[in-house]
Design a protein. Structure first.
Length: 311
């Protein structure tokens, strides 16, 4: 059997399902997936999988778990489940959001979630009006707004997200992102930590010097926090040719990273064609046992269903 490496991508693992995002992985579903993966795949830390890709010792159906961004529930909810089931995971951290920061997309989601309704009026910022009287309307508003803002210049995107939040009258809840103490909790538990830039920009939207600086800052800040070398990197959003390109791969290499992960579907195989600085990842979103395993199989066969994964 040909050796393949499947790298799974997660972001948040809330303790309970979120009505706004019924398809996302919550604690119960994550635990079911861990059980299935351990039964049918060989779990490996990402750093070990990278080494075994290089030396040819990768086992058939190897699998790694990764998380992007640095959400607090990674430590609060996912970590106990990983430890219970004997799984290792690598967490890619956008360092600017530690200790109370908020990513732009979460500001938009909070705004729409808390908007009093029946309409969220954003005409002042040329974004239009959005009915929010029902759950389905709020879901549609979130999807539209995230799509409108995603590829704007970084500063403009941040500004608009904060303006939308204020316009909706959204109030701050518990910190969504990891604290330094929680980051060190992951490290103390033996989990891997990787860089994900400092501010999580879409690298292709930045001048090269700014992209290089953000990648380097994220690495430096994370190394300072954990007092250990950081050799793994995840491209924000992570679609090759759209979110990052060859210049960014060269930057990652020049900064001393040993491997980097993207969000294009597929698996990695030892031998010719292996690019350690552009390892594919994917998110199997199916809730049913057989559908989940089928999706894993389809990914190994390089069948890529059209589902966007934001990294």
């Amino acid at each position: 059997m040909t050796a393949t490496l499947s790298i799974l991508l997660y972001h948040r693992v809330p303790a309970r399902p979120d009505p706004l995002f019924p398809g996302e992985v919550d604690a119960a579903l994550f635990e079911r997936q861990l059980r299935l993966l351990k039964r049918f795949y060989t779990p490996l830390p990402l750093s070990e999988a990278v080494r075994r890709l290089q030396d040819g010792s990768l086992p058939p159906r190897a699998a790694c778990i990764t998380f992007d961004d640095g959400y607090a529930d990674n430590a609060q909810v996912a970590l106990p489940l990983l430890l219970r089931h004997g799984w290792h995971a690598t967490f890619f951290i956008a360092t600017d959001y530690l200790n109370g920061g908020q990513m732009w997309n979460d500001a938009v989601i909070d705004a729409v979630r808390q908007a009093p309704g029946p309409v969220l009026d954003l005409r002042e910022d040329a974004l239009g009006t959005f009915p929010v009287a029902s759950l389905a309307q709020r879901q549609a508003a979130i999807a539209t707004l995230l799509g409108q803002l995603k590829y704007l210049p970084f500063g403009r995107r941040q500004q608009l997200a904060m303006r939308i939040r204020r316009q909706a009258g959204a109030t701050a809840g518990p910190p969504a992102m990891l604290s330094t103490a929680q980051l060190r909790q992951l490290q103390a538990a033996g989990m891997g930590l990787g860089a994900h830039t400092a501010s999580h920009p879409i690298l292709s939207t930045l001048p090269d010097h700014a992209a290089q600086r953000d990648i380097a800052d994220g690495k430096r800040q994370l190394e300072s926090l954990i007092q250990a070398p950081v050799t793994l990197f995840a491209y924000p959003n992570g679609k090759a040719g759209r979110d990052y390109g060859a210049p960014h791969v060269a930057m990652v290499k020049s900064l001393g990273f040993q491997a980097a992960v993207a969000t294009d579907w597929g698996v990695s195989r030892p031998g010719a064609g292996l690019d350690l600085l552009q390892l594919p990842r994917f998110t199997p979103w199916d809730r049913g046992r057989l559908a989940f395993l089928w999706r894993m199989r389809q990914n190994r066969l390089l069948a890529h269903p059209a589902r966007p994964d934001a990294g």
